[in-house]
Design a protein around this ligand. Structure first.
Ligand code: SER
Length: 866
C-alpha cells in the first residue's frame, strides 16, 4: 500500500468520526520558545490542551511535519544506523480536546490498524504505563488482547511529554513484533528493547498534566488525547520492507543516489548502506527546514540545519568524491511537493542554500578529515579523541561535535565530551560571552492586563499585582526594584519584531521612568524602581513616550508597505524571515535568491513613497484565520495564530497582513521612506534597513548639507560634485606619478654622493642615511641601487607622514659577524622601531627619528660585531 493511499485512509477514517482535518504547521514553532522544532502533531494544539486557547472543534486529525534533531526529542545520532530512526518524519495523529478519552482512543487505533489497514492482530502487542490499570483493562477486556500481549513499562517508555515543560501524560503504545530475526537475541529482548524487533508504530498519549519548570505536575482542566504514528514506519509495515528507507517515501531518493554514485544500494555493506540512509534522511530534513524559513547559522535552529548538512557531507564522502547533496533536492521536491507546496515555492532557495553551504564547508571538510585521521592514529592506544582535539576540529574546521562523535564512533573511538565542554566554556569565558540569565516569572492566569495601547497612549488604572525577586508580593517598598501590573495598560510589549514602548508611570504625583516591560502570563509587567511604598490597588497613570511610539508606528506600517512593494516588484517568493521595528529604523529580512540591483532598490523606494503620498487610511479589523488567509492576507510562515481571532492590517488595494503591532492611521503619516542598507544574510536571505519620518528627513538634511558644502568647496554646482571629485582623483593620481618620477630622479642623482659617505665600522663598510618623505617601497629601491654600486651594511630611515620607515641590509659576507635579529630586537626596545625580515634584510617602521639616531646605531654595530 503506497503512502498516498495510507494518507487518504487515515484522514477518511477520522473525518468520518467527526474530526476536523487540520493542516501541518511549520517545522519552526516561532511562537513557542520552549521548542526548537515542531516535534509532534500535538505542538500546534499545545495551548488547546492547556486550556488557554479554544477552537471551534474538539476533535482533530492531522499529518504533521516533525523534526527530531535537537532539544528533548533528538534522534540525530541514531539516523543511518537503525532501520527506523529519522530526523524529519511525518506524524499522523488524532486528537481530542476534552472530548473522548482512553476508551475511544484505543478503540479507534485498533480498528484502524486491524480493520482498515488489515494488519494481522497476531503481530501487534501493546505497552501501558505502570500504574495505568484503566488502559490495561481496555486493551484486555474491551479489545480482547491476552494479558501476555500487554506490557507494563515505566515513565521512560510510557509517559510522554513534549518538552521540559508543557502538557504531558501516560501513554499506551502499539508495537509490531517483527520476529526474532530482527531481534538482538538477548533474553531481555522484550518491548522496550532498543533493537529492531519490537517496533513502536502508534503512541496514544492521554494528556492529563501541565509539567512545570520545577517538575511539578499540575492537572489539566480537561483531559485530552494526543496520538502519533510515523507514516514512514507504517509504510514499512504495509509495504513489507526491512527499513523505512526501502519504502516508497524514500525509494526515489535512494535510486537517485544510486544513479549519481553508480552503485547499487542492495549490494552494499551495512556501513555503506548507512551512508545512503544518512544522506536520504538529511536531504529531506534540509529541504523541509529551508522551505519553512530556516537557514544555516552558528546557533539555534540554523545550527541544527548546518549540522545536518555537514553530517551529510561527511557521509557522502564514502560514496562519491564531489558532493551530490544539493542535486538530491529536486527528487525530494518532486516526491513531496504535491503534498507540501512550500517545497515547490521555495525550490530555488532550497537549492541555492544547500549548494552554497556545501561549497563553504568543502575545503574545511577535507582538511578537518585529515586532521581527524591524524588524531585517530595518534590516539590508537587510548581510543579517545581528547576534548582539545575535538574542540580544534569544531573551532577551526567547523565540525559539529555530533559529526566528530559519529566519525570517531565508526572507528570504535570515543570523544571526551566533558573535556570538550570545558574547552568550549574556556573559550566562551575568554571571549566574554555569558549565557543570559532569563528571569522566569510565573503568575496566576487570572491576572490579566487589558492592552489599550492601540487607541490610547495615557491611562489611569490600578495596580493588581506586584512581583519582586520572582515572587508575588502585596507591596513594594521605597528604593526597591520590581514589577507592577496594572489592570489596563497602554504599554506595548515587544512582539512580532516591534520593540517595547518606553514611558513613565505617575503615582501619587511622582513620575517614575519605566526600566523594562515584559509579558508575564496574560499580564503586562512594568519594571520600576519605586521611590516610596506601592501597594495593590494604588492608582497609577501610565504614560507612553509618544515620540518613541509614533516613530515606531511609522516604521511598522512602512515595513508592511516595504513587504508589499517587494512582492509587487519581485514576486511571491519574497517571504518575511524576520523583522525589527524601532523608532529609529526598520529592518526587514526576507527570502530572495539574489541581490537586488540598484535600480530595483530605487523602484522599491518609489513604490513605498507613492503609497505614502496616496495617504491611504489603514483599515484594522479582526476576523478568523481561515477567512483572512482565503482573502490573501499575508501570514508569517510558522507563526502560530489564534484561528478564531486574528488582527488584519489592511492598506486598501496594496497590503494586508496579520499583525498585532501598532500602526499609523494613514500611510501619509509615515512622511517619507529611504532604504539605507541592502545586504545578504545567507544564500537566499536578504536584509533591508530603512528610515522613515524624522530619521529619513534627518538623513536627507545631512546629505544635502554635505553636498552643499562640497559644492561650495569646489566652487561648482551640486550636480557637478561627483564628476568633479572623480576628475580631481584622476588629477591627483597623475600628479603623484609625476612627483614619484621627480623624486626618483632626485635620489638617483644623490646616489654617488651618498656612496661616498660610506665609512668602515669594525672593518665593515657602513652607511646610515636619514631621509625625509620616502615610503617603504622607495627605501627598498634606494638601498638596492646603493648596494649595486657598493656592497655595504646600509641602514636607511625616512620620516614619512608623522612616522618613519626603515630598511637595513647586510652583505652576505658579513652576515656571520652581525646578527640582524639581535639588532632588530634592540631597535624595538631602544628606538621604538618595529621591523622584521630575514637574516640579511629587515624592514619596518615606528616613530619619527631624529639626528641622535645615527650615533646610536653606529655604536650598536661597533659594540656588537663578532
Ligand atoms: N505526542 C506523542 C508522540 O510524539 C503522540 O503523538 O509520540
Amino acid at each position: 500500500m503506497e503512502s498516498i493511499v495510507i494518507r487518504k485512509k487515515f484522514f477518511d477514517f477520522f473525518i468520518n468520526r467527526g474530526h476536523e482535518k487540520v493542516s501541518s504547521s511549520s517545522l519552526i514553532p516561532v511562537q513557542d520558545p520552549t521548542l526548537l522544532f515542531t516535534n509532534a502533531g500535538m505542538n500546534q494544539f499545545k495551548d488547546v490542551f492547556l486550556g488557554i486557547e479554544k477552537r471551534t472543534y474538539s476533535k482533530a486529525v492531522s499529518i504533521q511535519k516533525c523534526m527530531r534533531a535537537g532539544g528533548k526529542h533528538n534522534d540525530l545520532d541514531n539516523v543511518g544506523f537503525t532501520s527506523r530512526h529519522l530526523t524529519f518524519f511525518e506524524m499522523m495523529g488524532n486528537f481530542s480536546f476534552g472530548d473522548y478519552f482512553k476508551n475511544e482512543a484505543i478503540e479507534y487505533a485498533w480498528e484502524f490498524l486491524t480493520q482498515n489497514l488489515l494488519i494481522d492482530s497476531k503481530v501487534l502487542l501493546v505497552t501501558v504505563f505502570d500504574d495505568d490499570d484503566e488502559s490495561f483493562n481496555i486493551w484486555h477486556k474491551i479489545i480482547g488482547l491476552k494479558t501476555e500481549k500487554i506490557y507494563k513499562l515505566g515513565a521512560a517508555e510510557n509517559f510522554w511529554q513534549m518538552g521540559d515543560t508543557g502538557p504531558c501524560g501516560p501513554c499506551t503504545e502499539i508495537l509490531v513484533d517483527r520476529g526474532v530475526n530482527y531481534g538482538c537475541g538477548k533474553q531481555t529482548c522484550t518491548p522496550g528493547c532498543p533493537c529492531d524487533r519490537f517496533m513502536e508504530i502508534w503512541n496514544n498519549v492521554f494528556m492529563q498534566y501541565d509539567r512545570q519548570a520545577n517538575g511539578e505536575l499540575i492537572p489539566l482542566k480537561q483531559t485530552g488525547v494526543d496520538t502519533g504514528m510515523g507514516i514512514e514506519r507504517l509504510c514499512m509495515i504495509m509495504q513489507n520492507k526491512d527499513s523505512v528507507f526501502e519504502t516508497d517515501l524514500f525509494d526515489p531518493i535512494i535510486k537517485k543516489i544510486e544513479e549519481l554514485t553508480n552503485t547499487t544500494y542492495a549490494k552494499q555493506s551495512e556501513r555503506t548502506k548507512a551512508a545512503f540512509h544518512v544522506i536520504a534522511d538529511h536531504i529531506r530534513a534540509s529541504c523541509f527546514l529551508i522551505a519553512d524559513g530556516c537557514s544555516p547559522a552558528n546557533e539555534g535552529r540554523g545550527y541544527v540545519l548546518r549540522k545536518i548538512i555537514r553530517r551529510a557531507a561527511l557521509f557522502e564522502q564514502k560514496l562519491i568524491e564531489k558532493s551530490m547533496f544539493s542535486e538530491l533536492a529536486s527528487t525530494v521536491i518532486n516526491k513531496m511537493g504535491p503534498i507540501y507546496p512550500e517545497l515547490i515555492i521555495n525550490e530555488q532557495i532550497i537549492k541555492s542554500i544547500l549548494k552554497s553551504e556545501i561549497d563553504k564547508f568543502a575545503s574545511n571538510l577535507i582538511r578537518g578529515r585529515n586532521i581527524l585521521e591524524q588524531y585517530l592514529e595518534e590516539n590508537k592506544n587510548t581510543r579517545i579523541i581528547t576534548g582539545l582535539q575535538a574542540f580544534k576540529l569544531y573551532d577551526t574546521f567547523g565540525f559539529p561535535l555530533e559529526i566528530i562523535e559519529a566519525a570517531a564512533k565508526e572507528q570504535g573511538y570515543n570523544v571526551d565530551i566533558i573535556d570538550f565542554e570545558t574547552q568550549m566554556n574556556k573559550q566562551k569565558e575568554s571571549s566574554g560571552k555569558k549565557m543570559k540569565n532569563l528571569e522566569e516569572i510565573k503568575i496566576d492566569e487570572s491576572i490579566i492586563t487589558e492592552f489599550i495601547g492601540y487607541k490610547e497612549l495615557k491611562n489611569k488604572s490600578e495596580v493588581i499585582a506586584i512581583i519582586r525577586d520572582n515572587s508575588i508580593e502585596s507591596k513594594i517598598s521605597g528604593g526597591q526594584t520590581g514589577w507592577i501590573i496594572t489592570k489596563q495598560s497602554p504599554f506595548f510589549v515587544e512582539t512580532g519584531g516591534q520593540v517595547s514602548d518606553k514611558g513613565w508611570i505617575e503615582i501619587k504625583g511622582q513620575i517614575i521612568e519605566i526600566l523594562d516591560l515584559k509579558k508575564i502570563g496574560k499580564a503586562i509587567g512594568i519594571k520600576i524602581k519605586v521611590p516610596f511604598q506601592i501597594n495593590i490597588s494604588d492608582e497609577v497613570i501610565s504614560i507612553v513616550d509618544s515620540e518613541f511610539r509614533i516613530n515606531t508606528m511609522k516604521n511598522h506600517t512602512a515595513t508592511h508597505l516595504l513587504q508589499a512593494a517587494l512582492i509587487e516588484l519581485l514576486g511571491k517568493q519574497v517571504k518575511q524571515s524576520g523583522s525589527v521595528v524601532t523608532p529609529d529604523y526598520l529592518r526587514f529580512d526576507f527570502t530572495y535568491h539574489r541581490n537586488l540591483t540598484l535600480e530595483e532598490i530605487q523602484q522599491v523606494e518609489n513604490i513605498v513613497n507613492r503609497k505614502i503620498t496616496e495617504n491611504i487610511p489603514l483599515n484594522i479589523y479582526y476576523t478568523n484565520y481561515k477567512d483572512a488567509v482565503n482573502k490573501g492576507v499575508i501570514a508569517i510562515f510558522g507563526e502560530k495564530y489564534n484561528p478564531d481571532n486574528v488582527r488584519v492590517i489592511d492598506i486598501a488595494g496594496f497590503s494586508a497582513e496579520l499583525c498585532g503591532g501598532t500602526h499609523v492611521f494613514r500611510t501619509g503619516d509615515i512622511g517619507s521612506f529611504k532604504i539605507t542598507e541592502v545586504s545578504a544574510l545567507s544564500a537566499g536571505n536578504r536584509r533591508i534597513v530603512a528610515l522613515t519620518g524624522p530619521k529619513s528627513l534627518e538623513l536627507f538634511q545631512n546629505n544635502f548639507n554635505i553636498v552643499k558644502h562640497l559644492s561650495q568647496e569646489f566652487k561648482i554646482k551640486s550636480e557637478q560634485v561627483i564628476d568633479s571629485i572623480k576628475k580631481q582623483k584622476d588629477q591627483i593620481k597623475e600628479l603623484q606619478i609625476k612627483i614619484n618620477k621627480a623624486k626618483k630622479q632626485f635620489w638617483l642623482s644623490q646616489i654617488p654622493k651618498w656612496s661616498q659617505k660610506i665609512e668602515e665600522v669594525n672593518k665593515i663598510p657602513f652607511l646610515f642615511l636619514g631621509l625625509e618623505d620616502y615610503d617603504n617601497a622607495d627605501l627598498k629601491e634606494i638601498v638596492m641601487e646603493l648596494n649595486d654600486k657598493k656592497s655595504a651594511l646600509y641602514f636607511i630611515i625616512s620620516n614619512f607622514e608623522n612616522a618613519s620607515n626603515f630598511i637595513c641590509i647586510i652583505p652576505e659576507e658579513f652576515k656571520n659577524k652581525i646578527s640582524l635579529k639581535a639588532f632588530n630586537d634592540w631597535l624595538k626596545k631602544e628606538c621604538n622601531l618595529h621591523g622584521g625580515g630575514k637574516d640579511n634584510i629587515i624592514q619596518g617602521g615606528g616613530q619619527s627619528f631624529d639626528a641622535s639616531l645615527e650615533e646610536k646605531i653606529k655604536n650598536w654595530f661597533k659594540t656588537n660585531t663578532k
